[in-house]
Design a binder for this molecule. Structure first.
Ligand SMILES: Nc1ncnc2c1ncn2[C@@H]1O[C@H](COP(=O)(O)OP(=O)(O)OP(=O)(O)O)[C@@H](O)[C@H]1O
Length: 866
């Protein structure tokens, strides 16, 4: 499946010249025509350009085949096209192999596994792969899978974009499409949903988790074994009294004729043996762990949903609420199916007990009817007789919120001598919680006493009025005794049933919270629109570029000429204040751009709009779809992991590559991060220490997850040890508290180095230089320049031209922008491109002259191309 032929679009390029260029290669014919001049429509450049020298250098460069974007968004039920692009000369036929790879989305569930060969014909610069996304009426979190390219023939594969992720957007509401109306009506309508059908639909959804319906059926069936054992016990006790101890009259009913003692022994063995079977079943039930599977599904779905929340949803849900819903409430509702099976088991037992009572003595019909009626009355009317106290939920929430804020702001609390005040505040809120919980406890005790009291009442009544019948031989002693134990059983059964029912009712609140959480808005649809728009624009612009007969500057392919552009962008603050109005500005790739402006002029907002973190009120940000973009925020973030894991956070697998590790050490050196270097070297030493085989195997096994829940691939590389492995434990213990040994400036550098390691095509930084003194400021600035001019920091200058251009935007808090190529000045609602006051020319980094940052050549190409 999936062999893709050439597209008509490519074939349409009839003119021979068009085949030659997506950049580096020029045919003799082409170069003769244009030798010495670049012809760009009506623009003529006055500078001569030496094509021959470019030819000799770039002749051997292979075309690159890669995906047109790092992430695609597909929707349920559609046949989705993943786009690929070819960069380079476009001469000849090239091909590669592709296949889908499971992620959180599984083949056969979310998508149809697809693999095959993708072929780019001569002159063809784009292609697509069709993948069928599977439709389902049930809700599912946004799941994703990968598409991977391999086995390139006649081309090389893009270093990063040989893999793309496909997010599958599910537009069904939680828990199923029946809830579309309240979900559409908003959060208040969701809170009003009747919890009973919601609970039923939730249980149905849980049954659709792979394997759960089978497990549930087995449990339902086997739960009745307990009832069968109880039936056996009742029958056996009647048999013991009436037959085994029944003397001569009952001798013919003995299992072993004439031998009451051996019959009793046999019965005794059955009493012992049957619980053993029940125990084995209980063990099997525990291993089936239906609640564990539900919990796994719920917690991972909640986390996935949270990861895709849009800004509004994120702002509406506090951190402690996220923590509560993912850890506590998900756990609460995950045993709902267990509760349902317990209710059915209780129901089965009640039916069996009542049947036993009536079949042993038809005169017991009154008791069989009266007991459930009394119970039902009590359950329904207890609210009238007992005053329900205030709920403790808001007070519990308050305590949790206080714990979170005290730990978050501890340093501030300590610095401002507020510890006693916070202690008092906390004590007061815990005391209030206790005050509310006391009457709640009394209420529960009063509610539950009735069930334990009902059994003795009926037994006593039965003893009073039915003992005479035994004496008169109208009722056998065995039946009499068994009936008394039936009353006891029925009463405790009601108590069990009631507690299961209360447990189900107690799930309504967390279930409503989960429903609210899982129906909040995400940004996946916006992402889909943005990705599709960029793909379309990039494809159209590339088509137009291919039509132009012009040579391309050294080190570029035509696609590198696509600019980054803000088109008619406006951004409103609230209803009336407009921060930006109709901003129209572009910059070519491969530039260092400082965003400048006075306090409050909108630098940070502009940076976030560029990075896609916030959407403009109107207008669009146009970026070539294949460029990976990373935002470095102004607040310095160090994660609570190891130094190497912090540095390789954006590309964890690179840690296993020797050249990437060397490159990172080189970045640290360039940035003068001596302490981080020492720590990274120490970590590398620990990771390379030999461990016994057993320890590694155990570690890998631990990494595979449990109970057949979603498994992650074990990794054997010592460089990426699983968190629960011996190696990871060694690193943790040797480097505990390493963050505290870094100076503030070094922490700030690490925050930037992490992005330089990823080496995205577009790097966007919020006030990256504000944390440094003059010397460190220059070091960091120099690295940003190297990132742009060398297309990556600490990468070989010789291979610069085989890499795509790097573009860097940063908000400048100082007016020193002399090292930049372009200044974008924010002022009074507009953004204007300016030249920096003084420009420092970049020294040569390769055998050739780098294009001048200010060159009008590329700018003119863009003006023509776009
Ligand atoms: N949600 C909002 N509502 C109202 N005003 C806002 C909102 N968010 C930001 N602003 C205002 O928008 C303006 C631009 O904010 P921005 O953070 O981009 O400024 P900046 O240029 O980075 O400033 P500084 O250099 O002081 O950090 C500021 O005046 C800010 O107060």
């Amino acid at each position: 499946m999936g062999a893709c032929g050439g597209k008509p679009a490519a074939k349409q390029q009839e003119s021979r010249e068009l085949r030659f260029h997506d950049g580096l290669h020029y045919s003799p014919l082409e170069s003769n025509v244009h030798r010495g001049f670049l012809s760009l429509g009506s623009n003529e450049l006055d500078s001569p350009f030496d094509f021959e020298s470019q030819l000799s250098v770039d002749e051997d460069t292979q075309d690159i085949v890669q995906f047109s974007a790092p992430i695609f968004v597909a929707e349920e039920g559609e046949t989705f096209s993943v786009k690929l692009m070819r960069l380079g000369s476009l001469a000849g036929t090239v091909s590669c192999y592709f296949q889908t790879e499971a992620g959180s989305g599984k083949p056969g569930v979310r998508y149809v596994h697809t693999e095959g060969e993708v072929v780019f014909g001569d002159g063809q610069f784009e292609e697509s792969i069709d993948i069928q996304i599977i439709d389902s009426p049930d809700w599912s979190a946004t799941l994703e899978f990968k598409v991977v390219l391999s086995n390139a023939r006649g081309c090389s594969l893009g270093k990063y974009l040989k893999v793309c992720r496909v997010k599958v957007l599910d537009s069904d509401p939680f828990p199923n499409s029946d809830y579309a109306e309240p979900v559409k009506a908003g959060l208040d309508a969701i809170k009003e949903i009747n919890p009973v059908p919601l609970f039923v639909d939730f249980c149905r959804l849980m049954l659709k988790i792979p394997g759960n319906s089978r497990r549930f059926a087995v449990i339902l069936l086997c739960d009745q074994l307990k009832n069968a054992y109880l039936w056996f016990q009742l029958k056996a006790s009647v048999y013991t009294v009436n037959v085994i101890f029944g003397g001569e009259d009952a001798a013919d009913q003995l299992i072993i004729p004439g031998d009451a003692v051996t019959t009793a022994k046999l019965l005794g063995l059955m009493y012992i043996g049957l619980p053993l079977l029940l125990h084995l079943y209980k063990e099997a039930k525990t291993r089936m762990d239906i609640a564990g599977h539900c919990n796994f599904y719920l917690q991972t779905s909640l986390m996935r949903k949270y990861m895709n929340f849009n800004d509004d949803s994120r702002a509406a849900v506090s951190l402690d609420a996220v923590q509560k819903v993912v850890t506590e409430q998900a756990l609460d509702v995950s045993n709902s199916l267990d509760n349902v099976s317990s209710m059915l088991e209780t129901l089965g037992r009640l039916v069996m007990l009542n049947y036993f009572a009536v079949s042993s003595d038809p005169g017991m019909l009154w008791a069989v009817v009266t007991m459930p009626v009394v119970m039902t009355f009590w359950v329904l009317l207890r609210h009238r007789w007992l005053t329900k106290p205030e709920k403790d939920r808001p007070y519990k929430k308050r305590v949790i919120q206080l714990v979170c804020s005290i730990s978050e702001y501890y340093s501030l609390i300590a610095a401002y001598f507020q510890r006693p005040a916070m202690n008092e505040k906390f004590a007061a809120s815990v005391a209030k919680l206790g005050e509310v919980q006391e009457p709640l406890g009394i209420y529960h005790m009063r509610t539950e006493f009735f069930f334990s009291w009902l059994g003795p009442f009926f037994s006593g009544f039965y003893l009073c009025f039915y003992a005479q019948q035994v004496m008169d031989d109208q009722l056998s002693l065995g039946t009499f005794l068994a009936t008394i134990s039936v009353f006891k059983e029925v009463s405790s059964n009601f108590a069990d049933g009631y507690s299961v029912m209360m447990s189900v009712i107690s799930k309504f609140e967390p279930l409503t919270d989960i429903t609210l959480f899982l129906n909040r808005q995400t940004d996946v649809r916006d992402l889909k629109e943005m990705v599709n728009r960029r793909l379309k624009e990039t494809s159209e612009q590339r088509s137009r570029l291919m039509q132009l007969s012009m040579p391309i500057p050294p080190g570029k392919v035509r696609t590198d000429l696509l600019p980054i552009r803000l088109e008619n962008v406006s951004f409103k603050l609230g209803m009336d204040k407009e921060l930006f109005k109709n901003v129209d500005i572009f910059v070519e790739q491969g530039k260092l751009i400082a965003v400048e402006g006075t306090h409050g002029s909108g630098k940070t907002k502009l940076i976030r709009i560029l990075a896609g973190g916030i959407s403009p009120t109107s207008g669009v940000v146009t970026m070539p779809s294949h460029l990976r973009c990373v935002l470095v925020t102004h607040n310095v973030v160090l994660m609570n992991t190891s130094p190497l894991q912090n540095l390789f956070f954006g590309d964890p697998l690179a840690l296993a590559q020797t050249e990437d590790r060397q490159r990172v050490m080189s970045i640290l050196e360039k940035l003068g991060m001596n302490r981080t270097r020492e720590l990274a070297e120490k970590e590398m030493e620990i990771l390379q220490e030999p461990l016994s085989d057993g320890e590694e195997v155990d570690a890998d096994a631990g990494h595979c997850g449990t109970a057949g829940k979603e498994k992650t691939k074990p990794t054997r590389s010592p460089w990426i040890p699983p968190d629960d492995s011996k190696r990871a434990a060694n690193v943790r213990s040797a480097l505990r508290g390493w963050q505290g040994t870094l100076s503030f400036q070094e922490k700030a550098k690490l925050h930037i180095a992490r992005a330089l390691v990823v080496n995205p095509e577009i790097l966007i930084l919020e006030k990256p230089l504000m944390n440094f003194d003059d010397k460190e400021y220059r070091l960091v600035q120099k690295s940003l320049r190297e990132y742009v001019y060398n297309r990556g920091v600490a990468l070989p200058a010789e291979s610069r031209e085989s890499r795509r251009p790097r573009t860097c935007f940063y908000s400048a808090e100082r007016e020193d922008t002399s090292q930049t190529d372009v200044v974008w000045k924010c002022d009074g609602g507009s953004v204007v491109a300016e030249k920096p006051p003084t420009q420092v020319r970049e020294p040569r980094t390769s055998g050739k002259d780098l294009p001048s940052p200010k060159s009008s050549l590329t700018q003119d190409i863009q003006m023509t191309a776009v």
